[in-house]
Design a protein around this ligand. Structure first.
Ligand code: ZDP
Length: 267
């Protein structure tokens, strides 16, 4: 019998498993089953809490399809409050995207998400330019202007006039598996409401449509600023809630948002 806790950040939900003692990671098949909303607990992903030699703790995140991701923004806020509850404090977390600093406040967590990666080869995206900013890509017979950013994990950001006209189910999958993304991609469709207010919907690599993606929200504000559409600080409205993003003068991106425990259980 394995204890777990169910958490959510802006409706992006995770099963958190404490593997500090046994360092156990379930198989991809088991993770898929756990995330299945009919035959399992139901979640966008599974997060394991592990010991670390270089930080207070280590976080590993697996998507609903059982594949591992380098980083997760909504997940690391849940991870923070899972570890220290409502006690204010700052500590470091070892992730697949490096060691990141989290600051826990009442009801909110601010995460130093690090510097955005724009170098195409490092995102990775296969393109005949060093950076992919407002470049054309044909998908499903239509040409989209894409901007690619990594926050440790790959993101493809597309600005649209009307989000309600986007068939995310159909397009998201096509972008995820497009041949220019050797490690697949998360895809964000964004409507600009003002220079510091954006609306975004996301198709996540390995999880499909989710109500929010934290790393995707960071990539969205970076892309919006690079396209001259927004300031470096903005509030982003997601299907599951709002996040505040600040791309600071030290070139680091800070994400602030809530995280909440939903229930605990055993499986
Ligand atoms: O990069 C990926 O495969 C993502 N699907 C990982 C999960 C990202 C997350 N939604 C976030 O908030 O950044 C947890």
């Amino acid at each position: 019998m394995q204890k777990f806790e169910k958490w959510q950040g802006c409706g992006n939900d995770f099963i958190i498993i404490n593997s500090v003692q046994n360092e156990k990671i379930d198989t991809a098949e088991k993770i898929k089953k756990l995330c299945n909303r009919h035959f399992g607990i139901g979640a966008d992903g599974v997060i394991y809490v592990l010991p670390s030699e270089v930080a207070a703790a280590r976080m590993r995140i697996f998507n609903a399809d059982g594949t591992e991701a380098e980083m997760c923004g909504n997940g690391i806020r849940c991870f923070t409050k899972y570890l220290i509850g409502e006690n204010p404090g700052t500590f470091e977390v070892e992730t697949g995207a490096g060691i990141l600093t989290v600051e826990n406040k009442k009801n909110f967590v601010t995460v130093d998400m690090g510097e955005p990666i724009l170098d195409a080869a490092k995102i990775p995206v296969t393109f005949d330019k060093d950076k992919v900013i407002a470049e054309p890509l044909q998908v499903d017979g239509e040409t989209f202007k894409i901007t690619c950013v990594s926050m440790g994990n790959p993101h493809c950001v597309i600005f649209v006039d009307d989000l309600s006209k986007i068939n995310l189910e159909q397009l998201g999958k096509k972008f995820e598996h497009n041949k220019i993304f050797p490690r697949r991609t998360n895809t964000e469709f964004v409507e600009v409401l003002s220079r510091n207010e954006l609306k975004m919907r996301v198709w996540e690599r390995g999880s499909g449509i989710t109500l929010a993606c934290g790393t995707g929200t960071c990539a969205t504000v970076v892309a919006a600023n690079l396209n001259g559409l927004a300031e470096k600080s903005a509030t982003v409205h997601l299907d599951g809630g709002d996040l505040q993003i600040d791309w600071d003068k030290d070139n680091r991106v800070y994400m602030t948002g809530a995280a909440e425990k939903v229930f605990t259980g055993i499986f």
